[in-house]
Design a protein around this ligand. Structure first.
Ligand SMILES: NC(=O)C1=CN([C@@H]2O[C@H](COP(=O)(O)OP(=O)(O)OC[C@H]3O[C@@H](n4cnc5c(N)ncnc54)[C@H](OP(=O)(O)O)[C@@H]3O)[C@@H](O)[C@H]2O)C=CC1
Ligand SMILES: O=C(CO)COP(=O)(O)O
Length: 333
């Protein structure tokens, strides 16, 4: 079994190391020579992980030709790069390959889910199926082998099982699932809700507020996901509430961190002027807000985050607006 991981960032490195631990033949492809040298020569990826030594057998390259002959290609780049990466690798693939998606979000212009973007851009003769490997999993913890559970979600049960078996080990337990829509929508929306969670913490709110945000955020995620065709029960699982909890409550989350700065400054300006990290929740807020408006889906938290990020709304006013909406019953799917 030959696996190639595209993307030498935090998640690509974390997942590639899992495969090294599982004695799978794996190579990382990355476009940043410095990161690749750091992995190969120093057994580190210092840009993302402070003081973490990476498996000494992990190899990385800047040569995209490495994807030739791969049985599994895992895409671990931001959602904004998925389409171009697929176009780049498609002519190099020479057999039916399982393409694993590890990214969380939607296409920046068409707002399509990642599996759809991959199927559109990898020719049928090169694609066995798409498997999304997603769930509550901060790379910072996987890379130091903390116990983690995720889900291999695919319309192709056999390929989901291959991915499950290839990645599972004593610290990473992989389940399978087949609700592609529900799972991919869940892990995308949780990032926008995590920005909101950070904003509320930055504004100085506490545990009651966070519990409210997570619970009402889950309601929004479920409502939107079901409107898109996802199954209600999926949002009770790892790609729903699981990923929502870990991202809304963790110091590792870049979405939470971005929101925290926005809350602290009571403005998104500081974020726009300074951010250099992958914060998927920002584009997701736009995609979900615009789609929800068109389809008439009530998404108050995501829409307030959209107003803060893209329309200069003050976070403290947004929080107030959410509290002062018309009173109603709790369960409103
Ligand atoms: N980090 C995590 O804990 C987790 C992340 N994810 C998801 O994984 C996806 C990737 O995130 P993550 O690894 O965290 O992001 P990072 O910012 O840590 O790394 C992204 C990597 O992708 C590279 N990249 C960007 N464009 C291309 C391209 N066209 N070709 C090759 N490499 C490219 C970047 O290189 P460069 O710096 O040169 O642009 C960088 O090395 C996101 O959708 C995220 O939501 C999912 C679960 C956990
Ligand atoms: O998806 C993640 C955890 O499951 C990573 O979250 P962040 O992108 O917010 O760091």
């Amino acid at each position: 079994m030959k696996v190639v991981v595209i993307g030498s960032g935090s998640w690509g490195t974390g997942l590639a190391q899992v495969l090294c631990d599982n004695q799978v033949d794996v190579t990382i492809y990355g476009n940043c020579a410095e990161e690749i040298r750091d992995i190969n020569e120093n057994h580190r990826n210092s840009k993302y992980f402070d003081d973490v030594e990476i498996h000494s057998s992990l190899r990385a390259t800047t040569d995209i030709e490495v994807v030739r002959g791969a049985d599994i290609v895992l895409l671990s780049v931001p959602t904004i790069a998925i389409e171009s990466v697929c176009k780049q690798i498609d002519p190099l693939l020479n057999k039916k390959t399982i393409v694993v998606n590890a990214s969380k979000g939607f296409h920046p212009e068409t707002f399509e889910r990642m599996s759809c973007v991959i199927r559109k851009n990898i020719s049928e003769e090169h694609l066995s199926s798409v498997v999304s490997l997603i769930g509550p999993s901060h790379a910072e913890e996987v890379v130091i082998r903390m116990l983690t559970t995720i889900c291999a979600v695919s319309l192709n049960e056999e390929d989901a099982k291959i991915v499950q078996e290839t990645f599972s080990n004593e610290y990473l337990r992989v389940y399978t699932g087949n609700d592609e829509i529900g799972s991919e929508v869940g892990v995308a929306i949780k990032n926008a809700i995590a920005v909101a969670s950070g904003v509320l913490s930055g504004l100085g709110y506490g545990d009651n507020t966070r519990a409210a945000l997570i619970t009402r955020g889950l309601m929004e995620m479920t409502r939107y996901g079901m409107a898109m065709g996802g199954r209600k029960e999926t949002f009770m699982g790892l790609t729903g509430i699981g990923d929502l909890i870990v991202t809304c409550t963790s110091k590792h989350s870049r979405n939470f961190q971005a929101g925290y700065e926005i809350g602290k400054h009571n403005s998104a300006k500081y974020f726009w002027d300074n951010n250099t990290k992958t914060v998927e929740g920002v584009r997701t807020a736009k995609a979900v807000h615009e789609t929800a408006e068109k389809m008439g889906i009530d998404m108050p938290i995501v829409s307030e985050i959209y107003h803060v990020l893209f329309e200069g709304a003050e976070p403290s006013e947004s929080a107030k607006r959410l509290m002062l909406r018309d009173l109603k019953t709790e369960i409103d799917l």
